[in-house]
Design a binder for this molecule. Structure first.
Ligand SMILES: CC(C)(COP(=O)(O)OP(=O)(O)OC[C@H]1O[C@@H](n2cnc3c(N)ncnc32)[C@H](O)[C@@H]1OP(=O)(O)O)[C@@H](O)C(=O)NCCC(=O)NCCS
Length: 205
């Protein structure tokens, strides 16, 4: 076990928190991600069996260690896990990362996306030294595009045939939140507490 895994990152906002997924989260993740509307725009899913959630959870520590992806459960103290948000596509030289998120359908429109974005942005800009957060949204995923703009991301343009899902290539809208825009955004006003040690591969600044 590496030092940061003994002292895992936990990010807390006013009502929600982010923590790494654990083996016993599998049934809840299966419940949320077996909904085809939730995974409609993803290269994976919907989950058909709990073993897929178990496999995803089991793969996380190695992915954090290698710098491939650092995913967190978005957790409500009474409802439990609401969804997932995380950082990937870390570019150390250019100090940037990509954020991706999904919520179980009952939590769409609940404000959980706003608080989760406030927590992941605080982690990225304050703790990891990121200068730019990128987000991708399928050109047909109007809800995701609107949700990103609402929290302060700026639409930059369309990238054609950018994501491959099975045999299909998808166009995506690229959004960005750069440090100066984050500082001026409502996300930066949310009080966020960051505890624990980040995986070294994710510290860029
Ligand atoms: C993307 C996601 C995390 C956003 O969270 P959310 O809680 O649904 O987002 P919000 O409700 O805060 O914002 C959505 C906005 O889109 C609007 N909207 C809803 N459907 C829309 C559509 N088809 N086209 C355009 N806008 C739409 C909503 O009205 C809302 O805007 P408003 O508050 O100004 O009215 C969540 O919807 C989700 O998990 N979706 C499935 C997974 C996914 O697509 N992830 C993103 C991949 S890029």
């Amino acid at each position: 076990m590496t030092p940061h895994e003994k002292d895992p990152l936990v990010v807390s906002g006013p009502s929600l928190s982010l923590r790494y997924p654990r083996a016993d989260d599998a049934p809840r993740l299966f419940e949320l991600a077996s909904d085809p509307l939730v995974t409609r725009w993803f290269s994976w899913g919907p989950y058909a069996e709990v073993a897929q959630a178990e496999g995803w959870i089991a793969a996380q520590p190695a992915k954090r260690e290698s710098g491939e992806i650092m995913d967190f459960l978005i957790v409500d103290p009474s409802a439990g896990a609401l969804g997932v948000t995380g950082l990937t596509e870390i570019a150390v030289r250019d100090r940037r990362a990509t954020v991706g998120s999904w919520l179980g359908q009952p939590y769409w429109g609940s404000g959980a996306n706003f608080e989760a974005k406030a927590m992941i942005a605080a982690l990225a800009f304050q703790r990891l030294g990121v200068e730019r957060l990128t987000a991708w949204a399928n050109t047909r995923n109007g809800r995701s595009q609107r949700a990103l703009e609402r929290v302060g991301f700026r639409r930059e343009g369309v990238l054609h045939a950018w994501h491959r899902h099975g045999d299909e290539m998808h166009d995506v809208v690229v959004f960005a939140l750069v440090r100066a825009a984050w500082e001026r955004s409502p996300l930066a006003e949310v009080p966020v507490r960051i505890e624990g040690t980040p995986p070294p591969a994710f510290i860029v600044g």
